[in-house]
Design a binder for this molecule. Sequence first.
Ligand SMILES: Nc1ncnc2c1ncn2[C@@H]1O[C@H](COP(=O)(O)OP(=O)(O)OP(=O)(O)O)[C@@H](O)[C@H]1O
Ligand SMILES: [Mg+2]
Length: 279
Amino acid sequence: MTFKRVGFDIDPKLFERAGVNIHDPKLKELKEQRDKQMHNKFNRDLEQKRSSTVWSKSLWASGEIKFTLNEWKPEERSNPVKAKNLGNKAFKLAKEMVNGHLNVIMSGDAGVGKTSLALAMVNMLREAGKTALFVSTIALSELVSEQYEYSDRKMRLKELTRAMKTCDVLLLDDLGADGGSTEKVMGYGYTGTRKDLQALLFDVANNRYEGTEKERKAADKNHIKLIKPVHQTIITTNNLTDELIRIYGERTVSRLVTRDPNHRLAFNDMEDMRIKEGI
Ligand SMILES: Nc1ncnc2c1ncn2[C@@H]1O[C@H](COP(=O)(O)OP(=O)(O)OP(=O)(O)O)[C@@H](O)[C@H]1O
Ligand SMILES: [Mg+2]
């Protein structure tokens, strides 16, 4: 018996020498199993590559911060029960987000651990093959202002905006920090943050919530109802939701900030770890 493969014959002795019993009735099944394993590995490698490419587009305020859930130490906090609960909730939510459609908000004062815990979630999601992106709102505001003067900044912003609209998980860090003090934000006559940033964030929020134009068209064509938010966002903020509305506008906030209490992590009554650590 000979095997035909793309137009030429393969000597069965080659299989025998390789330890393959060509008379094994399970050979076809084994081959299919192996092909499937190879295919899965190929897809996993591709996912990891995509995930690293997107992550490398992140916009940091002052260099990349690394934080994993193992580094979250509730016992070192003055309110260990609360810190433990926050850690558990973050772990549960990250698991839900692997195949879910939800937004998460972490709010509280400075230095309480919001960014750290949000990064721990993102780390889990990246390990699960999701594409994730970190964007510091302050750095984004700077980039938006610099785009008019420097063409490389304009290009960077364009590329970043595209990634912000399409990545699986966006970590928008310190949302509201560009808005000014609470007194200013809630004061009479305040009209919000710079208009170009407001417009950009609405565009991002809308594409993340409703899906990109391409995704919406494809869904329409195939009579599929997209589950919203199509792309998930994790927000950390020192501001209350009402303040965020004053800074960015209600339409943006309603698309990015969840009202579901299960998806809101309030870091109340937590001490500033930077003061404690002397940072
Ligand atoms: N439970 C914890 N275990 C270990 N380190 C912690 C914990 N909570 C906070 N930290 C550390 O405290 C510092 C401040 O935390 P982080 O930057 O996450 O705070 P934040 O709430 O995002 O503050 P801000 O509002 O100023 O951005 C970091 O160095 C962080 O690693
Ligand atoms: Mg922070």
